[in-house]
Design a protein around this ligand. Structure first.
Ligand code: TPP
Length: 1018
């Protein structure tokens, strides 16, 4: 087993034994012939890796005396620093839990402290303008000089796989793989602006080269777009790639503007004119020299000149305090695991590392960024409230200003969201491209850059998870339909899932076999190759807006986590083989070979970083922890009911005022308030239409919602009125339907997905519970995924029976912290409840389930056939504010004297209870019927008030006796000190059988009347 001590010793020994470089080389030059990374960049990358490694050691140290709560480390996965270096810091990243080095490097990028040069497809406009695939068929020339050749087993999916790395000399110098003769010029002519290839130590080409190259014939500007392509959303490489024409419905994806989106960064930064790499707007070339990125006024990530680095010798910006303030002494008792003991260098600070062994730009910039990133991570480990993302609630990688979206510990559960985010980012880009971009009065846009790609990493065992297969499949499915999803999946393959091996060759085979997802692979022990292949993959995804997977070979050092004794399931030889592939050592070797640093210098950097991490760990130990319930739950589900009410009122004002004509037109000249009494289904339909008018960022999607208009016609006509971009059918996979919603919410949209039946929510429930409901909690509101999930459900469908279409269990929803569950029973409640859910999503980022009782969809009568008492008028906009239904407020009906019994119910129970109350009224028993309307949070105040008014409560619960809503109602009464009588009628603990047998297990009207009589008889 590799202990922290072993790892540290081995590192020292190996570095100490490295031979002196043959000669010192200019660190501004490529680290080896053909490499895009310069010596400076590799050194910065090494420091990110070392910081991550030291964090792993610190985690074990903290754990050893019970001050650290998380020991899953990144050791062996530090190649992901090179992945980060090849991306843009504005690309949203949903990261694997072994992403310490990625996180550090991105922190440096975002701080504008990662050295410039040709690093990254993100740092190279060539990557956006040069086309490695000029014929647009996505087939790189076989065996071409760019070193890409189709694998023997290339899947027949239209996307050839790209084989293992070989990075030829110069191949990466103007961005992947644009430097090859097939790049930049559709005719395949050599790129005049490309760097010399094959020459040892060839200088990296400046960023501007490809961007200023002659456009190909027939293009309108230097971006190489065909004339008119910009307006059509064409790609800069000249490929058409505008996606399908706005399609019928399947795969139409969404459009619409943005609104309640999440990451906290300015969606409207100061205007800067710039090259629009995606839309082909002709602009001056980007600045030469070091380049950083920021989000430009048009929403794309734009290159800007980097601050010139300060001179060598500048005082380090380390956040650690002076040695005087160090917490002295030993850290406390050793932990219970001998192999996890402290290794973090203790004692006096080592002699400072040579500040810049290579004599180049001051490295302190990146050192400071790494120190701050390390502090973030350490704070997460000790559950400090100052942890910038989760505030002590979890140890996650995340920070809004780094575009790192926190992920949960549920492996692979973030992949469906990544796909949804990719689809949303692309749709929003196209909407902008279609002409809304410069509309000053237009609604806010996505907070992500328009040309962003989504990166999403995970382990090799995770590729087998249903969530992962759903995500790959959905990405491929959309790709097959012609829709674009710019997602780069990164599988960090260490060969193990805790103790279970991935069968030899399986991961590659399964990843290569994903239709529509292009395969790239790189070996984590070669940082240059990892960087080059990532740049190539990211460039491809960015240009083509299509999904790809990067299969990154890594190793796992230090076991799965602190408590994992891996010698129980791995041989010594196997563990040693992993140690020999330590990626940090590999980077060190390369730095020495390249003449950038000596082993001794690198060791000094390692020790210096170790000392700083240890110091920071000691500092964060004393930081406050969450210490009160209110503190813990504060970000769980922000509720600002006044603002929600105000948002409803504003929507009403607009609908009644400036938007009245448009609204009338959208309803075909006859708004629903003039259409006479409506059914529940018609009311929901009208409220959805009004929602689409009020919220341009709203999109309705799900299985069968568009062309068919829903299985029950609830979404009928919406696609025709609002277009296929906003109302569209999805593929048949509930996990993906919710994943699309999760990503869309994150992209600033207002998703209203439908799960076709309540029974089918369950196979996707984690996307609600584990993902949607936790995002604000684990990010303190920095990210959010507003959403209203429509779920037709509950029982009592006459003539259409069976459990799966009559599922009557909501237990799985009611215990999800923060989740709102609304149940409209009556048509005139549907509009108010839906408006509230939508407004709460916009205002507070609320995630709601809108549970629609199917059996009431088309019900018209209440007491007698033909009485029309279950129809309801649709409120005109001027009445919306007065009729607002706040979250957690019930509706009460008085029947007879209303003095004798309080019936507490919801959904189908409302109608049955009103009928029963009528019968009871004839007997002289007065009831008040309380329609809860909200199952989460329960309307406790209304409940207590109405219960106390009669002192007799009958709970009518159509869900099951065990785990049903009734349990919550009774518990709420007890908690509030209710001392009156109470009874419950509830469904039997059974699945709902087919046909008339259903009546045996469901609550009946008779049971209600009997229950009330029994209550009164006591
Ligand atoms: C859905 C789910 N099941 C089980 C676990 C417990 N678990 C945590 S990590 C892990 C192994 C994951 O292996 P892999 O995806 O290869 O990532 P690695 O840890 O090797 O980097 C398991 C089973 C989990 N977190 N989530």
């Amino acid at each position: 087993m590799t202990t922290p001590q072993d790892l540290d010793d081995r590192f020292r020994e190996t570095l100490g034994a490295l031979p002196e470089p043959e000669r010192r080389r200019d660190p501004g030059r490529p680290v080896r012939p053909g490499a895009a990374l310069t010596g400076h960049q590799l050194l910065a990358l090494f420091d990110a890796q070392v910081t991550s490694r030291q964090l792993d050691l610190a985690a074990r140290w903290l754990r050893s005396f019970d001050e650290g709560f998380y020991t899953i480390g990144s050791a062996g996965h530090e190649a992901n620093a090179a992945v980060a270096a090849a991306l843009r810091p504005t690309d949203p990243a949903l990261l694997h839990y072994r992403s310490g080095a990625f996180y550090c490097l991105r922190a440096a990028q975002a701080a504008d402290a990662f050295p410039g040069g040709d690093a990254g497809e993100g740092g190279d406009l060539a990557a956006m303008t040069g086309d490695p695939d000029p014929d647009g068929d996505d087939h790189p020339p076989a065996g071409g000089p760019d070193g890409i050749r189709p694998p023997e087993d290339a899947p027949d999916d239209g996307h050839p796989a790209v084989d293992d790395v070989p990075v030829p000399a110069g191949a990466q110098q103007t961005g992947p793989p644009a430097a090859g003769p097939d790049a930049g010029s559709p005719a395949g002519a050599p790129d005049a602006a490309g760097p010399p290839t094959g020459a040892p130590d060839a200088p990296a080409a400046p960023h501007v080269t490809a961007a200023t190259a002659d456009p190909s014939p027939g293009t309108s500007d230097a971006t190489g777009l065909p004339d008119g392509a910009a307006a059509a959303g064409g790609l800069p490489d000249g490929t058409v790639d505008a996606g399908p024409p706005e399609p019928s419905d399947i795969g139409a994806g969404w459009g619409g503007e943005t609104g309640p989106g999440s990451p906290v960064h300015d969606p409207h930064p100061a205007p800067v004119r710039r090259a629009d790499a995606l839309d082909g707007v002709a602009v001056p070339p980007p600045p030469a020299g070091p380049v950083a990125y920021r989000v430009g006024s048009d929403g794309t990530a734009e290159p800007v000149p980097r601050h010139q680095p300060s001179a060598p010798g500048t005082v380090s910006g380390q956040t650690v305090t002076s040695a005087d303030s160090a917490v002295g002494g030993e850290p406390g008792p050793a932990g219970d695991q001998a192999d996890t003991g402290p290794v973090v260098p203790a004692g006096p600070r080592p002699e400072p590392a040579v500040a810049d062994p290579v004599g180049g730009p001051d490295p302190d910039g990146w050192q400071q960024a790494y120190a701050e990133a390390a502090r973030d991570v350490l704070r997460g480990m000790v559950a400090s409230t100052l942890d910038p993302i989760a505030g002590g609630r979890h140890k996650v990688f995340g920070r809004a200003d780094l575009a790192v979206v926190p992920t949960t510990s549920t492996i692979a559960s973030h992949l469906p969201r990544a796909v949804g985010l990719g689809l949303a980012v692309e749709r929003l880009r196209r909407m902008d491209t279609a002409g809304r971009r410069d509309d000053p009065d237009g609604p806010p846009r996505s907070p992500w850059p328009r040309d962003a790609i989504v990166v999403c990493s995970f382990g090799d065992a995770s590729v087998n998870h249903a969530s992962a297969t759903a995500a790959f499949n959905t990405a491929g499915w959309y790709d097959h339909t012609g829709l674009r999803i710019p997602v780069l999946f990164v599988c960090e393959d260490n060969g193990l899932g805790i103790s279970v091996r991935s069968p030899e060759g399986w991961v590659e085979r399964t990843l290569r076999a994903r239709p529509g997802v292009r395969y790239f692979t790189a070996d984590g022990t070669d940082p240059v190759a990892v960087h080059a292949v990532t740049a190539e993959a990211a460039g491809w995804v960015r240009r083509h807006r299509r999904p790809a997977v990067l299969h990154l070979r890594t190793v796992r050092l230090l076991g799965h986590a602190g408590a994992d004794a891996e010698q129980a399931y791995r041989s010594t030889a196997e563990i040693a083989a992993d140690e020999a592939r330590d990626p940090v050592l590999a980077t060190a070797r390369l730095l020495v070979e390249a003449g950038v640093a000596t082993g001794e210098e690198l060791l000094a950097r390692y020790d210096e970083r170790g000392w700083q991490v240890r110091r920071t760990a000691e500092e964060v130990l004393d930081e406050p922890k969450l210490s009160a319930v209110a503190e813990v739950v504060a970000p769980l589900s922000p509720r600002r009911p006044s603002r929600v009410a105000a948002a409803v009122a504003q929507a009403a004002q607009r609908a009644a005022g400036p938007d009245a004509a448009g609204r009338a037109e959208a309803f075909g000249g006859k708004p629903p308030e003039l259409a006479g009494p409506l059914t529940l289904a018609q009311s929901i339909n009208a409220a959805l239409a009004d929602g689409m008018l009020s919220h341009p960022q709203l999109a309705v999607f799900g299985e069968d919602v568009a062309a068919k208009g829903g299985v029950y016609g609830v979404t009928k006509g919406l696609r025709e009125r609002f277009g296929a971009a906003r109302v569209f059918d999805t593929l048949l996979d509930e996990t993906s339907v919710l994943g699309l919603g999760l990503g869309a919410g994150l992209a600033g949209m207002l998703p209203v997905p439908e799960i076709q039946y309540l029974a089918y929510l369950h196979n996707a429930e984690d996307q609600l519970r584990g993902e949607a409901a936790t995002l604000q909690f684990f990010s303190q509101g920095a990210f959010r995924n507003p959403m209203v999930v429509r779920v037709p459900g509950l029982a009592y469908q006459e003539g259409f029976g069976g459990h799966f279409h009559n599922d009557n269990s909501v237990a799985v929803l009611r215990d999800v912290p923060g989740l709102v569950v609304a149940v409209p029973a009556r048509p005139d409640d549907a509009g108010p409840l839906l408006r509230t859910c939508l407004a709460a999503a916009v205002v507070d980022g609320t995630v709601s389930v809108f549970l629609e009782p199917i059996a009431l969809y088309h019900t018209r009568d209440l007491y007698e056939p033909g009485d029309g008492e279950w129809l309801g008028a649709y409120a005109e906009p001027s009445a919306w504010a007065a009729g607002h239904a706040p979250i957690g407020r019930a509706r009460v009906y008085g029947v007879g004297s209303a003095e004798d019994v309080t019936i507490v119910t919801f959904g189908n129970g409302v109608r049955m209870s009103l009928r029963a109350a009528s019968t009871l009224a004839d007997e002289g028993i007065g009831c008040r019927v309380v329609d809860l309307r909200w199952l989460a949070p329960l309307p406790v105040a209304d409940l207590i008030r109405e219960a106390s008014a009669t002192g007799r409560v009958l709970v009518v619960d159509e869900t099951r006796r065990s785990g049903g809503v009734g349990e919550g109602i009774l518990a709420a009464l007890v908690d509030a000190g209710y001392v009156g009588a109470a009874r419950r009628v509830a469904a039997v603990d059974s699945f709902v059988p087919l046909g008339p047998a259903a009546r045996q297990v469901l609550v009946s009207e008779d049971a209600i009347t009997q229950g009330a009589r029994t209550l009164l008889a006591r």
